[in-house]
Design a protein around this ligand. Structure first.
Ligand code: AMP
Ligand code: GLY
Length: 432
């Protein structure tokens, strides 16, 4: 089978490695890819949201399956255009991708399907939003209704913060059209985890769970990022609990989407809070997480490609998907200055040295090759060092040994990835 993978991050490098192991794979193209994916297939210079160019390429190259990485091509209608062209695409239509693109759409689905989530209200008028938060008090969460590149959510600890967020979004146009309307919701308390499943419209097949580390600073401080590291599985969220969470938060959504005539096919990513009342949905994304995918995919023991084909054919109930019963830890290295303007230009060495360590893999994101073949950092998140091992503590040690083997003076990373999960596991063992 000839496959076109869309994206250029660490998530796509991990997908390329995973697909590359499939005996069913005849050729792999990556649009636009990165220097890491170039070693696994052919990089093609097409932007992820240039849907006409992606489909034209897929037709010309007789692609049998399109695998979208990020949400942008899906929101732009890649799956719809593939359907018209008769090409299988392992992602949702633009209508179904509204689960990620519109907060209020998701909330409406949750209400209709009885999915536990924070109580919410939507506002188009700033005065009404102000009156609402004054009535409710803090902590409270203010969300731009549209896609705002991860900057659209303010978890306000005080009323003043909540009111400033409303003004920034609704009065000062700080997020453009995405902030013209806002969703205001109750603040959930607990541990936040990411749950993943393949969906073929009717069936949800559990992939697994991971815990992201979103803040730039150690101890979960400082501004939000795309994600600075992940552990899988989260120590206190075993597969039985993950299945329960799918029953509560994902399967009712699939039924509701079928009822609306817009069945969901693709990877569902449920961001959820493990509260004292059980799991509650924070949000859906319609794709793999980054860096969660880099932590999950190295544990996969079965062939990914037939599962993606089954997803497109509506045959997921027959698919075979198994993961090693081990832990993985992914540590992201970013350019100094990230999530602001990152340093670029410094050369990276030592990836091979890191990958000689047992269980260690390095995935590339914003890297570029210089004319002499050297590798350079070229953006925010640059590398992910992932290690798998029988338990979390060993995986963490191996991941940080991998980081130490890399020589990149411009790189920054968190030293506490997995520490919280480890403390939880220790507490659980002590009978806490
Ligand atoms: P979202 O873009 O909806 O994922 O929100 C970004 C982050 O804000 C989430 O990953 C959570 O950490 C936090 N968040 C969102 N909604 C809530 C909520 N209702 N209660 C507590 N934290 C939230
Ligand atoms: N790591 C969170 C995301 O991919 O959105």
């Amino acid at each position: 089978m000839r496959v076109l993978l869309v994206g250029s991050g660490g998530r796509e490098h991990a997908l390329a490695v995973t697909l590359g192991r499939s005996p069913m794979l005849d050729a792999l193209f990556i649009a636009p890819g990165n220097p890491g994916t170039a070693a696994l297939g052919t990089n093609v210079a097409i932007a992820v949201d240039d849907v006409p160019a992606l489909v034209e390429f897929a037709l010309r190259e007789r692609i049998g399956l399109v695998v979208p990485g990020p949400e942008a091509p899906l929101v732009a209608g890649l799956a719809d255009a593939c359907a018209v062209a008769g090409i299988a695409c392992a992602g949702p239509t633009a209508q179904a991708a509204r689960l990620e693109g519109s907060k209020s759409f998701t909330k409406t689905i949750c209400d209709a399907a009885g999915i536990p989530t924070a109580r919410w209200e939507r506002f188009e008028d700033a005065d009404e939003a102000h009156a609402f938060v004054r009535r409710r008090g803090a902590p409270i969460v203010i969300k731009a209704d549209g896609l705002a590149a991860g900057k659209g959510v303010v978890v306000a600890q005080t009323l003043a913060e909540a009111e400033a967020a409303i003004d920034m979004m609704m009065r000062d146009g700080g997020l453009g059209v995405a902030g013209a309307s806002v969703v205001i919701e109750e603040c959930l308390d607990g541990d936040e985890v990411s749950l993943f499943a393949f969906c073929d419209g009717e069936t949800a097949l559990l992939i697994g769970a991971a815990q992201d580390h979103k803040r730039i600073g150690e101890g979960d401080t400082g501004p939000n990022t795309g994600g600075m590291g992940a552990v899988s599985p989260p120590a206190y969220f075993d597969r039985a609990t993950q299945e329960t969470a799918l029953d509560l938060l994902v399967r009712p959504m699939l039924r509701e989407m079928v009822r609306l005539g817009t069945p969901f096919r693709g990877v569902i990513f449920a961001g959820l809070m493990l509260t004292v009342h059980g799991p509650e949905l924070i949000e859906y994304n319609v794709r793999f997480g980054d860096p969660e995918a880099q932590a999950l995919l190295p544990r996969l023991r079965t062939d990914l490609l037939p599962v993606l084909v089954a997803l497109c054919d509506g045959r997921l109930a027959e698919a075979d998907l198994r993961f090693a019963d081990e832990a993985s830890v992914a540590v992201v290295l970013a350019g100094r200055g990230y999530p602001g303007r990152p340093a670029t230009g410094g050369a990276i060495a030592g990836i091979e040295r890191a990958e000689r360590l047992p269980g260690v893999q390095v995935f590339q994101a914003a890297t570029r090759r210089g004319p002499a073949g050297a590798l350079y950092g070229d953006g925010g998140r640059v590398l992910t060092v992932v290690a798998t091992a029988p338990d979390l503590a060993a995986a963490r040690d191996a991941a940080y040994a991998g980081v130490a083997a890399i020589d990149w003076p411009d790189g920054i990373w968190r030293r506490d990835i997995g520490l919280r999960a480890l403390a939880r596991a220790d507490a659980a063992q002590a009978g806490d």
